[in-house]
Write a protein that binds this ligand. Sequence first.
Ligand code: CP
Length: 320
Amino acid sequence: MSEPITAVVASNQARPGRKLQHVVESQQFTVPLLMELFDRSRGMERIVARGGSLDYQHRIMATLFYAPSTRTRLSFEAAMQRLGGRVLSTEQARAFSSEMEGEQVEDSIRIIGSYSDVIVIRHHEEGGACRAAQVSPVPVINAGDGDGGQHPTQALLDLYTIHRQRPLNGLSVALIGELDKGRTARSLAYLLAKFERVKMFFVSPPETQMKPDILAYLEQHGVQYEQETNLDRVVGEVDVVYQTRIRPERLCDRASLKRYAIDSSVLRRMKSDAIILHPLPRTVELDKSVDDDPRALYFQQAKNGLYVRMALLTMLLERE
Ligand code: CP
């Protein structure tokens, strides 16, 4: 039987000399750790503006992606290179790694961990990153696991983007889309729950509602939330509109998809100082006409991924 995820996360504390051992799920971050990450991310904005640093020139990061990615893989690779480090990359690991020959992820990780100082993994199965962390001799970062697992570094950059705009305590956030399988929304809900007086609205078609594990966590931690199937009812009262993808084939009534889309009519109903985020990639749920609205921050959000991932790498690679 595999080791529970709590034991893997607890191993962060078990290894002396490191601030952070693995990044597997967003619950593992404390508010002080988040604030340290965000302070470092601000510093990384200045480092990138002057072209980068050479501080990590003897360090190697391996990226092992068993599922497609544009932003996560390339921003991690850019992050390591901006820190002066080097990168080993397998971008289509299901086709071009020894998984094709039947190799288990545990064996791959043991080997790759002997070639590199940190491993970034996107695995096609929920729990894949946790399995990797259990055997890895070097820090493992979950870059998204399965359909309905987590994507903690996306949530970190989402939260950083909000933090750059407004206080995190007292936030009202609508998380919209295919929430049952939306690993970015799941990870962000866990992070938002760490702040005071936060209220979350989970807006989705009935067949893709947020799963009970998140709802139970929020109840245990006294966090306010509502489940909603009608975007119109909440979009005028929230500070953050966090839109995510909805695959039409998952809906019983495909025509209902447009009820969850952000377009110019939704913009008119939003607060003037609200912000719109989307982890991207997008399809029809976020109309291109929204891009020029000053509240649309999703391209800045993707850019922030570089700074946050640089900061995270420094926290994983340095010793106290
Ligand atoms: N947001 C996100 O994870 O994007 P990619 O799939 O392009 O990495």
